[in-house]
Design a protein around this ligand. Sequence first.
Ligand SMILES: C[S@@+](CC[C@H](N)C(=O)[O-])C[C@H]1O[C@@H](n2cnc3c(N)ncnc32)[C@H](O)[C@@H]1O
Length: 188
Amino acid sequence: MSDSIYDEAYYTGGRGAYRHYEYNAKWKRRASRLMARFGDARTFLDVACARGFLLRGYVENGVNPEDVYGIDISEWAVAHSESIISHRTRCCSIFDFSPTVRWDLVTAYDFLEHIEKERMQEVVSILEECCGKYLQVVLMISKASWDTDVSHQSIMPLDEWIGYFNLRLHDTETCGHVVTATFERIGE
Ligand SMILES: C[S@@+](CC[C@H](N)C(=O)[O-])C[C@H]1O[C@@H](n2cnc3c(N)ncnc32)[C@H](O)[C@@H]1O
């Protein structure tokens, strides 16, 4: 799918999942919960970070901006990323991302369903390669009636999703049409 779909209209109500994609207190709370749960995580990568809201949330909870990083394919989203972390975001497709370091906690929320199944294994392997300790992904397991996002390409049952991962599955939490799955790197 062309990356040009992720333009301003995608985030502001024209055609994507969003009506008003702006930072709010939810992101700081989300970051706080992640930091509490993964207490030994010091560095944070958010794949498909869009405008970097989760990254800003970490910083507002006391993380040094230099310890967060995000990538997103959307030129518009990265150009409009939150100023406090904009120098820590990069416009880049996951397929072109080949980091030389690992991050303690890697998150990828509402992202993998945007990848075609034929390339899913490749993308999951990249996420796992970036992961130093924990990987948390939000996966779409069924199509919601309200879902009008035409960029969704891969929606599948949880078992099928899990089959792509090699890291150890820690737990899953289902909420309607999505599952939050947490994996961890053990014994390396
Ligand atoms: C539904 S949005 C989720 C954004 C953010 N993670 C959130 O939860 O608010 C999906 C994001 O995936 C990004 N994306 C889609 N394909 C991508 C790719 N191949 N590489 C990197 N980012 C991609 C889009 O630009 C978009 O920002």
